[in-house]
Design a protein around this ligand. Structure first.
Ligand code: ADP
Ligand code: MG
Length: 709
C-alpha cells in the first residue's frame, strides 16, 4: 500500500455509534456523565399477575405453556406465559428463530412490558424478554434520551463508563459549600448526585426525581447555574479589558441640533435612557447595552441621538435592522432628521440592503470606506465582508433577538483600522471594539435578565409618548368575519387605515401565500372603492416598496400582509389591526403586531380572529395566549406570561443557537438557586480563579465563547 504523505495523519474513522454520540453532543466523559435519564425502568422486582394493575409497566417471570404463529388479523407470534398466579399472552409482530427458541414451550422466561388487561386476559405487546434467572439489579434502570442510531443498551454502557472516568472532583471552595448545601437542602457532592440520578436505588421516590426537587437534582442545577453565571461575569471582565473610543456630546453639536429639530419633546423615559447611553459612550470600555421598550415607545430616536454623539466625535455609526422594510423606515426617518444636519459637515447617510443594484452598492461601499458616510443603515448586508468601515465606533442592532450570535460578533468585528489616534489615551495594544447598543421590543423578564443577560446593561423605556390612546383588543371567532369587514369599512370611511395580517404557515410557504391572496381578493371585493394592498415575503423588493409607500402615504386603505410587517412599521394613521388565525401566533409576536396601531391620536383596536379546529375547542396554550392579549397591553406583563407559557426560548431568539439553554435548571422554579449562583460567581472568580475556570470548562466546554456575544 502506498504510504500517505499528508502532513497530518487522518483522524481514525468514527464508528456509527460514535458518530451518533457526537451528534448528541456526547464527546467528553463529562458530557456522558451529564447525560441524564429521561425516566427509569424498574427491573428490581418481579411481580405476580395476580397483583398486577391494568397499564402497569411490569416485570413478570413464568413458564411458556404455548407458542404459535397466528396469521390473523396479521402474522404474529403468540406466546402464553404462566407465572403460577395467572397467564399472560405475549404478542410479537416481528420475530426471529432465536426468539422462538428462547420462548419455546417449557422454557422459563423473564419479561418486561406494559400489561394490558382485557376480556381475553392479560396481554403484553412486544415485551423485552430473556431467559429467567440471573440476579435482579438493585438500582432502577435508566432510560436515556437517544437517537435511532444509538441503541439504549450501548448508550447505557458508555454513559456508565463516562460516569466512572469523568473528573467529578469538587470545584467549589469550602467557603462556598456551606451556602450551597443550604440552598440545595443537602450535602450532596456532584459525584454522589450524578451517581444517584443515573442509578437510583429501588426504594426511591420517583416523584421527587421527576419534578427535580430531589436534592441531587438541586445540586446539579445549582452547579449548572453557577457555570452560567461564571461565564457571564467572565465575559463582563473581559469586556472591561477591551478599549473603545470615548465619545462625548459637544455643546451646540449634532446631538443638541437633532434635539432641536425633532417635532416632539422626548419623554422622561427617553431622556433617562439617552443619558444612560451617553454615559456609556463617554467611557473607553465598549458599551454593551440592551435598550428595551415596548413597541411604539420611541427607541429609534434614542438610537439616532446616540448616533449623533458618535458622528459628532468624527466616527461612523452603523444601524442594522432585520428586514428591508424596517431598514427603509429607519432610513427615511434618520435621513429626514439627520441629513440636513450632516450636510454642512460634508457627511452623508448610506444604506445597504441585499436587493440593492450593484452600481449603487458600489457607491455606498465607497462612501463607507472613505468615511464620508457617517451613518450606515441596512440589513444583514451591513456585516458582509466587502463592507469596510473607516472608523466604526457605534453599532446599533434593532430587534436584536432576530439576529444570531455570529451576526452580532461580525458587527463588533467591523471596528475598522483607519483610526489610530483613539488608543492614545487608552492602554496601547489592547483590542478595539465599537460600542454596541441592542434594541428590543420584547422586554426581558427579571429571571432571564439575571441569568442569560447578566453580562448586559439594560435600559428600559417604560413610558409611551403622550397622546396615545389605549388599544382595545377583541377576540373574535372567524365565523363573525363579516362584522369585522363592516368595521373595516367604517374605519376607512373615517379616513383611517387598516392592517390585516395573515399567519405564516410554517410547513408551507405556498399555502401561506394562497391564504393571504385569498383574503386580499375577498376584501377587495367586499370593499369597493377602497384600495386594498397585498404584501408578502416573496414579492420583489421594488413591489414591496411600492405597496408600502402607498400605505404610508395614506392612499391605500387596507394592507393585507403576511408577517413581513411584524416589526417596526410605523404608520400613525392606522387604527385597526386584524390578525387572522391569531391562534397560530406566539404571544410576543401578537403583541408586536398589535403595536403597529395605536400610534396616533385616534382610538385604535386590534381584532384577533381565530378559527377553532374541526375538533372543536382551541388548545390550552392558544386560549391562554389570546386571553393574555385581551387582558393586557403591558409589554412586561405579556413577556412574563409568555415566559410562563413558552419557556425562555422565545426571548433568547437566535441566541439559543449558540448558547445552550439551561439543560437542567428551570428559571420558573429555581430562582433560589439562581440567586445563590449570582452571589457565588464573583467570589469564586476573585478568590478561586482556577476552580472557576475548571467549573466553566466542565459545564460549557467550547461553548463558553458564544455566551459572550
Ligand atoms: P419603537 O420603540 O417601537 O421602535 P418608534 O421609534 O418607531 O418606536 O416610535 C414610534 C413613533 O413614535 C414614531 O412615529 C416616533 O416618531 C414617535 N415618537 C417617538 N418619540 C416620541 C415622543 N417623545 N413624542 C411623540 N412621538 C414620539
Ligand atoms: Mg422600532
Amino acid at each position: 500500500m502506498p504510504a500517505k504523505v499528508e502532513g497530518k495523519s487522518a483522524a481514525p474513522a468514527l464508528s456509527a455509534p460514535q458518530k451518533a454520540l457526537r451528534k448528541l453532543g456526547l464527546v467528553r466523559d463529562i458530557d456522558l456523565a451529564l447525560h441524564l435519564p429521561l425516566r427509569y425502568e424498574d427491573e428490581t422486582r418481579i411481580i405476580t399477575l395476580r397483583e398486577a394493575r391494568d397499564g402497569q409497566l411490569a416485570q413478570i417471570e413464568g413458564t411458556v405453556t404455548n407458542s404459535e404463529i397466528s396469521q390473523r388479523p396479521r402474522r404474529q407470534l403468540l406466546v402464553t406465559l404462566d407465572d403460577g398466579t395467572d397467564t399472560c399472552t405475549l404478542r410479537f409482530f416481528t420475530f426471529y428463530p432465536a426468539h422462538r427458541k428462547t420462548l419455546a414451550v417449557g422454557e422459563r422466561v423473564r419479561v418486561r412490558g406494559e400489561l394490558r388487561g382485557g376480556f381475553l386476559g392479560w396481554t403484553m405487546v412486544h415485551p423485552a424478554f430473556h431467559a429467567a434467572g440471573g440476579e435482579l439489579p438493585d438500582a432502577l434502570t435508566p432510560v436515556y434520551p437517544t437517537s435511532a442510531q444509538l441503541p439504549q443498551a450501548y448508550l447505557r454502557k458508555v454513559v456508565a463508563s463516562g460516569l466512572r472516568r469523568a473528573d467529578l472532583g469538587e470545584n467549589l471552595p469550602p467557603a462556598l459549600l456551606g451556602g450551597l448545601h443550604a440552598v440545595v437542602r443537602g450535602t450532596w457532592t456532584l459525584r454522589d448526585a450524578l451517581q444517584y440520578l443515573h442509578h437510583p436505588g429501588a426504594d426511591v421516590s420517583l416523584d421527587a426525581l421527576e419534578d427535580r426537587s430531589h436534592p441531587a437534582w438541586q445540586r446539579l442545577k445549582a452547579e449548572e447555574l453557577l457555570a452560567q453565571q461564571l461565564s457571564q461575569f467572565t465575559a463582563r471582565q473581559e469586556r472591561a479589558e477591551l478599549r473603545a473610543p470615548a465619545l462625548r456630546a459637544k455643546p451646540g453639536g449634532l446631538h443638541e441640533q437633532l434635539l432641536g429639530v425633532l417635532p416632539f419633546a422626548l419623554t422622561t423615559a427617553q431622556h433617562r435612557v439617552g443619558e444612560e447611553i451617553a454615559r456609556d459612550l463617554m467611557r473607553q470600555i465598549p458599551m454593551h447595552r440592551l435598550l428595551q421598550g415596548d413597541v411604539g415607545s420611541g427607541k429609534t430616536v434614542v438610537a439616532a441621538l446616540a448616533a449623533a454623539i458618535a458622528i459628532d466625535a468624527g466616527w461612523q455609526c452603523a444601524l442594522m435592522a432585520p428586514t428591508e422594510i424596517l431598514a427603509e423606515q429607519h432610513f427615511a426617518k434618520l435621513i429626514g432628521w439627520l441629513e440636513p444636519l450632516l450636510a454642512p459637515l460634508g457627511k452623508r447617510v448610506a444604506w445597504l440592503t441585499g436587493s440593492q443594484k450593484k452600481k449603487q452598492r458600489g457607491e455606498m461601499l465607497a462612501l463607507i470606506a472613505s468615511g464620508e458616510a457617517a451613518l450606515v443603515v441596512g440589513t444583514h448586508a451591513v456585516i458582509q465582508d466587502q463592507v469596510v468601515f473607516k472608523n466604526l465606533a457605534l453599532a446599533i442592532i434593532d430587534e436584536q433577538h432576530r439576529f444570531g450570535v455570529a451576526q452580532r460578533l461580525a458587527l463588533r468585528g467591523k471596528m475598522g483600522t483607519g483610526h489610530t489616534e483613539v488608543s492614545a489615551g487608552a492602554s496601547t495594544g489592547s483590542a478595539q471594539e465599537p460600542h454596541l447598543l441592542m434594541m428590543t421590543a420584547t422586554p426581558i423578564p427579571r429571571t432571564l435578565a439575571m441569568s442569560y443577560y447578566a453580562d448586559l446593561d439594560v435600559s428600559t423605556i417604560d413610558e409611551l409618548p403622550p397622546g396615545r390612546t389605549p388599544i382595545v383588543t377583541k377576540v373574535v371567532a372567524d365565523n363573525r368575519r363579516n362584522e369585522v369587514v363592516e368595521r373595516i369599512r367604517s374605519q376607512v370611511a373615517q379616513g383611517r387605515q387598516v392592517y390585516w395580517v395573515c399567519p405564516l404557515i410554517e410547513e408551507s410557504e405556498v399555502l401561506d401565500l394562497s391564504n393571504a391572496t385569498a383574503t386580499h381578493a375577498e376584501l377587495s371585493e367586499s370593499l369597493p372603492g377602497v384600495l386594498v394592498g397585498l404584501l408578502h415575503s416573496r414579492m420583489p423588493v421594488a413591489e414591496k416598496k411600492a405597496v408600502m409607500s402607498l400605505f404610508t402615504g395614506g392612499q391605500m386603505g387596507v394592507l393585507v400582509s403576511t408577517t413581513v410587517i411584524e416589526v417596526g412599521v410605523d404608520v400613525p394613521n392606522a387604527s385597526l389591526m386584524v390578525i387572522e388565525h391569531a391562534e397560530r401566533f406566539g404571544l410576543s409576536q401578537l403583541h408586536q403586531l398589535r403595536g403597529r396601531v395605536g400610534r396616533g391620536a385616534a382610538a385604535s383596536a386590534c381584532v384577533l380572529l381565530y378559527t377553532p379546529p374541526d375538533s372543536g375547542r382551541l388548545g390550552e396554550t392558544a386560549r391562554e395566549r389570546l386571553k393574555a392579549m385581551a387582558e393586557t397591553s403591558d409589554g412586561f406583563e405579556i413577556a412574563r406570561r409568555d415566559l410562563e407559557i413558552r419557556g425562555p426560548g422565545e426571548f433568547l431568539g437566535a441566541r439559543q443557537s449558540g448558547a445552550p439553554l439551561l439543560r437542567f435548571a428551570d428559571l420558573a422554579t429555581d430562582t433560589h438557586l439562581l440567586e445563590w449562583a449570582r452571589a457565588a460567581a464573583p467570589v469564586m472568580l476573585a478568590e478561586y480563579p482556577q476552580q472557576a475556570e475548571k467549573h466553566i470548562a466542565r459545564w460549557l466546554g467550547g461553548k463558553a465563547e458564544f455566551l459572550k456575544a
